[in-house]
Design a protein around this ligand. Structure first.
Ligand code: PAF
Length: 294
């Protein structure tokens, strides 16, 4: 695997790419969820590039930028084993030179949920993703469904700015007990790790109610609240059942929706979601959710 840090070297590498380029943008601390993106890219592309850059612009002043997990050596070993062709690991000044003055802002869809709770977060995501797209010019780019709002923001900016890039969403990878994989799971102590299953249990309960015919937005949100409230280590940031396209909160579900939540487990803020739609495969197939119910 070729490792590149400078923008000039990246341009040169890009000029040498023949065939279809698949891009997997990451912030490192790679887990099986990232590797599922890489695997999908590998299957669909001639050349696979991964970027590793912990983007300060998408972290708020009181968030976890300074302690965000970093393991470049481990990441590179995983990516080499996964058959990645090139890894771009730019230093901060390559992405943000000292007088960097440009921001990309996606309106509307960023107003609620993560955008509301984390002011500036999506400007940071949209700006860095735009720069990575401009630098690497991939044919396809792969993003996890766990970041449901991020996925929609990136789809929107890709269309709005006219990037000829196909955005490919990839299913969330879960632990056997249902917990969605996240680099932030590394922050959890053993008791918190057990408590963190409350997120997937809440979503599972909402999905079960939806499958049984419940279409009331409030009823589905309440279903999630009651599962989360029963977990003493959990503090709810939000629960949402929103329209799949607009992310507007649903009073009644008349089409595809997304149930999502953000929950503090101790000091660690975790997010997760499930799409409530007839064409969505069961996200919990094979998970042993009941074993950890409190
Ligand atoms: O999902 C992430 O890891 C990040 O938000 C991304 C898309 C790599 C942008 O920094």
């Amino acid at each position: 695997v070729e490792i590149i840090e400078s923008i000039e070297a990246l341009w040169a590498a890009r000029r040498g790419v023949g065939g279809r380029l698949g891009l997997v943008p990451t912030m490192g601390a790679l887990h099986a969820g990232h590797l599922a993106l890489v695997e999908r890219a590998r299957a669909e592309s001639d050349v696979v590039w991964v970027t590793i850059f912990v983007n300060p612009l998408q972290f708020g002043p009181r968030e976890d930028l300074s302690r965000y997990p970093r393991d470049l050596e481990g990441d590179l070993a995983k990516l080499a084993a996964a058959g990645v062709d090139l890894v771009f690991t730019p230093p901060l000044e390559a992405i943000y030179p000292p007088d960097f003055s440009t921001r990309v802002e996606v309106h509307g869809i960023t107003a609620r949920l993560e955008g509301e709770r984390r002011p500036g977060h999506f400007v940071g995501v949209a700006t860095v993703v735009t720069k990575l797209f401009a630098l690497t010019q991939p044919h396809r780019a792969y993003f996890g469904k766990k970041d449901a709002q991020q996925l929609r923001v990136i789809r929107r900016l890709t269309r709005d700015l006219g990037f000829p890039i196909e955005i490919v969403p990839v299913a969330t990878v879960r632990e056997p007990d249902g917990l969605a994989l996240s680099s932030r799971n590394l922050y959890l102590d053993p008791a918190e790790r057990r408590a963190a299953t409350a997120l997937s249990r809440a979503l599972h309960a909402a999905r079960a109610a939806w499958l049984a015919g419940e279409r009331g937005g409030e009823a589905l949100r309440n279903t999630m609240w009651s599962v989360l409230e029963a977990e003493p280590l959990a503090r709810i940031d939000y629960v949402s059942v929103a329209d799949d396209a607009t992310l507007e909160e649903c009073a009644r579900l008349t089409g595809p929706a997304v149930a999502s939540l953000a929950v503090f487990i101790g000091a660690t803020r975790l997010i997760d979601n499930v799409r409530l739609a007839d064409d969505e495969p069961d996200p919990f197939a094979g998970a042993a959710l009941a074993t950890h119910q409190s």
